[in-house]
Design a protein around this ligand. Structure first.
Ligand SMILES: [Fe+2]
Length: 324
């Protein structure tokens, strides 16, 4: 990112193009190799809260630009397990290829939810993309929450999910050194709880805040009760209406709201190479609907209808569907 002082403001040129009904928008006409002005940042931030995922295409930028962009939203966080580059601990390089198959990503999850304060957002930028496959799936868990019946919404509001860094346990071997390290990590990241229904701290939207990678139970429930309820909630991410699928091209950067979106990296490209650089923005402690919330209420954008959406006019043959 150039250190030159910017003299132009691109706010009026920025286009936000929705990609999905419930989540996803592309930001156009914004070259991220230049610093964002406060107004430009305001447009991007608002679009992020409304759409939960932002896509920036054709960004010929480097890790420093990505880090600078992330820092506009807040402090960056450092992953407790992932190896990082010397001198750039905020950057995670995900480089999968023959000999280094992808791990732990082909399961629905939101990043690092075993932490007391899970990240607010993850920013992923593609540097090498496979010719075939390697898409990332996303699910809006706020849309999933809204899709539940009132009865189930009531049942799960106020419940606490139990979280553990479970899949990362497989990274530790059985030798004394690894066992010692695992005990230290368990001390740093004990099993903890988060609300099953999370209220978004910036938009007020409620979402289902459990995921199959890190949620191992529900506080106060018997194991089989937990399992049944969690299976039903996990399955919400599989509903196509709540999903958005992104096909990667080189130099694309995606930022998703880790507070209300689950993601799943599809494991269908190996042994082709897929290389990504990731930056993670620190978040706050999740709270549920019982806690006071006096922030703004930001909904998803209204659907705008065009002329072609008008119902058939007089004289057109009406088509009758089967009743649902
Ligand atoms: Fe992830």
């Amino acid at each position: 990112m150039s250190e030159a002082v910017k003299t132009t403001d691109r706010t009026n040129e920025i286009e936000t193009v929705r990609l999905g009904r419930n989540l996803g928008a592309e930001i156009r006409n914004l070259d991220l190799s230049q610093h964002l002005t406060a107004n430009e940042f305001g447009v991007v931030h608002r679009a992020f809260l409304e759409n939960e995922i932002l896509v920036f295409r054709d960004q010929d930028i480097d890790a420093r630009d990505q880090i600078a962009f992330g820092r506009m939203f807040g402090d960056l966080s450092i992953h407790p397990f992932s190896p990082n580059l010397a001198g750039m601990p905020e950057l995670i390089v995900l480089d999968n290829h023959q000999g280094n198959p992808p791990r732990l990503t082909d399961q629905w999850h939101s990043d690092e939810t075993f932490r007391e304060t899970p990240p607010m957002a993850t920013i992923l930028r593609s540097t090498i993309t496979p010719k075939l496959g390697g898409d990332t799936m996303f699910a809006s868990m706020s849309a999933a929450y809204e899709g539940l019946s009132d009865e189930i919404q009531r049942l799960i509001s106020g419940l606490e999910g139990i979280f553990d860094f479970k899949p990362f346990r497989t990274l530790f071997n059985n030798d004394p050194e690894s066992k010692k390290r695992l005990l230290e990590i368990e001390d740093e990241h004990p099993i903890r709880t988060h609300p099953v229904v999370r209220v978004h701290p910036e938009s007020g939207r409620k979402s289902i805040f459990v995921n199959p990678q890190f949620t191992i139970g529900i506080k106060g429930m018997k194991e089989e009760e937990s399992r049944a309820l969690l299976t039903m909630l996990f399955d919400q991410a599989k509903v196509p209406e709540y999903q958005f699928r992104h096909h990667w091209e080189q130099n694309t950067m995606i930022m998703w709201d880790n507070r209300c979106v689950l993601h799943y990296a599809i494991h269908d490209y190996y042994p082709q190479r897929r290389r990504m650089e990731r930056v993670t923005i620190a978040g706050d402690k999740p709270f549920g609907p019982d806690a006071p919330y006096d922030g703004p209420h930001i909904g998803r954008p209204e659907l705008t209808l065009s002329e072609q959406d008008a119902p058939p006019q007089d004289g057109e043959e009406p088509v009758r569907n089967f009743k649902r």
